[in-house]
Design a protein around this ligand. Structure first.
Ligand code: 0O2
Length: 207
């Protein structure tokens, strides 16, 4: 029956998602090591905190529908870049680039794509550094190379992005023009705050 087919597809999809969870765990360990070791050497922790998520089957189906793509469980990890997602919140903008460079230098981390929305913010003001990375996951009988979307941002960028997501999630298109202007201007205030805090940090760290 159709229902039985759907259920078995969902089960296959859920089984497929396991390897993305493992990729997240590998990456979390790498980031925790960088955080603790950099802190012990330089007396500054470049990572404030880290969150992660595996995209839920519902979210995966939504995204495929939006992009007009068919569901093929075996190639799902190739079709979508963000099934596994890790978000790294850093104290300062310099830390964002520092952490991304330290990751990129690791031999088992392949950087497939970089989107620098800090250098070039989105029209609504969104700022963050996005990396699509691929890392090996060692399973009982094979190695899988799994993609993870890494979003790196400062506390101020995260504050803005979290609230923007809450406020405008319900808008399918872009919000009305006056909202956009207000969003853009609050994003600029967040960017100025980043600059001011970073310059304080530089002065204190040099003393
Ligand atoms: P959610 O609900 O966070 O999962 P893609 O759509 O991923 O194939 P795109 O547009 O090239 O391709 O991806 P991009 O620009 O790298 O953005 C992907 C993710 O960044 C989004 O995931 C959001 O998490 C975040 N993001 C991008 N733009 C904005 C923004 O304007 N505001 C906020 N708050 N977050 C943003 P999802 O899957 O769209 O959403």
């Amino acid at each position: 029956t159709d229902l039985a087919d759907d259920l078995s597809l969902l089960r296959d999809l859920e089984r497929r998602l396991l390897v993305h969870k493992f990729a997240i765990e590998e990456l979390m360990t790498k980031l925790r090591i960088l955080s603790e070791e950099f802190d012990s050497v330089h007396r500054h922790d470049p990572i404030e905190h880290i969150t992660n998520r595996v995209k839920k089957p519902e979210g995966i189906l939504d995204k495929l529908r939006r992009k007009g793509l068919p569901l093929d469980v075996d190639s799902i990890g190739e079709v979508l870049d963000d099934i596994a997602g890790v978000r790294v919140i850093c104290p300062f903008v310099s830390d964002v680039y520092r952490v991304s460079e330290m990751l990129a230098r690791q031999h088992d981390v392949e950087i497939l794509r970089t989107k620098d929305y800090i250098a070039t913010p989105k029209p609504n003001g969104y700022r963050s550094l996005h990396l699509i990375v691929r890392i090996p996951v060692f399973l009982s009988d094979r190695v899988e190379h799994v993609k993870v979307e890494v979003q790196l941002r400062t506390i101020a960028m995260d504050f803005w992005a979290t609230l923007e997501h809450k406020l405008f999630y319900k808008y399918d298109d872009s919000p009305p023009a006056d909202f956009m202007a207000e969003l853009m201007s609050s994003a600029m205030i967040a960017a100025q705050l980043d600059e001011r805090m970073e310059s304080l940090h530089r002065r204190i760290h040099q003393e």
